[in-house]
Design a protein around this ligand. Sequence first.
Ligand code: AMP
Length: 217
Amino acid sequence: MRLVFLGPPGSGKGSQAKFVVERYGVAHISTGDLLRNAVKAGTEIGRKASAIMQKGNLVPDELVTELIVQHLDAADIWSRFLLDGFPRSINQAEQLDATLDKRMSPLTMVVHLHVEHDALIKRLSGRRTCTNCGRIYNVYFEPPEVDGKCDDCEENGELMQRDDDNEKSIKNRLTVYDENTKPLLAYYEKSGLLRTVDGSGDLAGIAEQVDRVIQEH
Ligand code: AMP
């Protein structure tokens, strides 16, 4: 099974990916996570990407595509992956199609999580992530039991706010989504791969809907 999760920032791609990974054993590849790791490690790609990410702009296609291909190759997971945050432009989608065609591993399905922009702003500004296990909280809707600490990780789990989850960057990321990524809906609709799920509401309810569209395949 080869899946793409498509949706604006804050639509819950990362949270829903966790459910699908646990249930179906696919490998979760988040370009945002790969890039943040590259920034932290100070690699060449990370140095090039850092300032671009902070503003909420898109990192150049060739860097992101290279990162994805390297990762798929290294882990040898061409047959079972879930891409979260990639592709984010028509050009990236075409590069992905060409790469997968070469390996005779076409996409199985593209799951689109639909959430209105107003709801996204609150989700993104309230988002906190555990630095230890990656669990995602929201200070408005799903706060931790103890302020700033992960419920699952005892004293190791500090909750952090992402550098790009500030008001200016959030607004820019939503504009970038509308201009660059939204056209992918028509692109994947045309190829018959697109399935849209209502991404508002509680995590478990959304996970059920995601599971339903996967099962229907
Ligand atoms: P995310 O964690 O998916 O919200 O991504 C965080 C940031 O990483 C984005 O705002 C972009 O700057 C960069 N990024 C992630 N995925 C891509 C991509 N496919 N193409 C270009 N930039 C990306």
